[in-house]
Design a protein around this ligand. Structure first.
Ligand code: SAM
Length: 313
């Protein structure tokens, strides 16, 4: 890992931003980072639509988490690392909440970062699949929704790297959804488009990324030597099917976000690796979106939250 940035950074080893990271390619009306596609790092667009969608997802996360940004008990953090910052929505809010803390974000793409940032936020370009080279230690390493970009065999060493760069007593906070839509009332079958979509998405990433990573986080945290590990699954309803008013509201918010995200996540992959035509993809997406709208299916996405602490000695 050799961080690149166009901002002044707290780390002297950072280099000026190499133009390779800035190059984009337009496919089907969406803009992608060329390097990420060529090197099969990640496959989602990096345009304004994606930036807005990530900002929207962050606001939904904040509603779900009762506006908490950091779950472990950390008082007065000095340094925080956000892995795969995206639009930097989380890192921005953390930097504003803790003005005396250095917040550092890393992402393979610089394209979605905000134009103006708090003075204590630094965003660097790097590949999370490469070993971390940070010298100074962090109070917290945060990683949310990056599974599409972590190589299949990298997860253990990724978590190991995150654990290595936290201070003794410091924390890891990981959040990953499992993208295969679930339902507990027996109505959702593999014939539904929303499931077909998920299966095709899993198939296309097979061998490259671990689509089931969310379910292994607890075991990987313990293998990395972390203690006080807390692991929770939160079902995110995909429409307002719940009788619980809070969950109904989450369902209303998540419905639009899910329907947007499935388009962003699959179009390039399905065209490039499954040779599907644009029309075939749009028909599948339209049917999957109808399923997501159907309250009788009671669809939800399981989202896994895992926190763990590095022992003091
Ligand atoms: C779905 S977005 C999530 C953004 C942010 N963590 C959030 O929750 O709002 C995933 C981000 O991780 C980045 N990413 C994925 N794989 C990466 C990798 N191997 N190295 C660096 N960044 C990566 C992507 O570029 C993208 O910005």
């Amino acid at each position: 890992m050799s961080s690149q940035s166009d901002d002044s950074l707290p780390e002297s080893e950072t280099l000026s931003l190499c133009s390779t990271y800035k190059e984009t390619i337009e496919i089907g009306g969406r803009v992608y980072q060329q390097l990420a596609l060529e090197q099969e790092i990640t496959f989602t667009p990096v345009d304004e639509i994606e930036r807005e969608s990530l900002d929207k997802q962050h606001r939904i996360f904040q509603y779900i988490f009762d506006e908490r940004l950091i779950f472990p008990p950390i008082e007065n953090p000095e340094r925080i690392l956000d892995c795969g910052y995206g639009s930097a929505a989380w890192a921005f809010d953390v930097a504003e909440k803790y003005p005396d803390c250095q917040v550092i974000g890393i992402d393979i793409t610089p394209h979605m970062k905000p134009e103006e940032m708090p003075r204590n936020l630094w965003l660097q370009i790097d590949d999370l699949n490469e070993p971390f080279t940070f010298q100074d230690k962090f109070d917290l390493v945060h990683s949310r929704n990056v599974a599409q970009g972590i190589d299949k065999g990298r997860w253990r060493s990724y978590i190991g790297d995150c654990a290595r760069v936290v201070k003794p007593g410091g924390w890891l906070q990981f959040i990953e959804p499992y993208h295969v839509v679930q339902s507990d009332n027996g109505t959702l079958t593999d014939d539904h488009a929303v499931r077909q979509f998920s299966m095709q998405y899993s198939d296309v990433l097979e061998g490259k990324k671990d689509v089931r990573a969310a379910m292994h986080l607890e075991a990987w945290f313990r293998e990395a030597g972390l203690v006080d590990v807390e692991y929770t699954m939160i079902p995110i309803p995909l429409n307002a099917w719940s009788t619980n008013p809070r969950d109904r509201h989450i369902g209303e918010l998540a419905n639009g976000a899910y329907k947007e995200a499935i388009g962003s996540h699959c179009i390039y992959l399905f065209q490039e690796y499954l040779s599907m035509t644009t029309d075939e993809i749009h028909v599948l997406l339209a049917r999957a979106r109808q399923d997501a709208d159907n309250p009788s299916l009671r669809p939800y996405i399981p989202m896994y939250v895992c926190v763990g602490r590095k022992p003091n000695s």
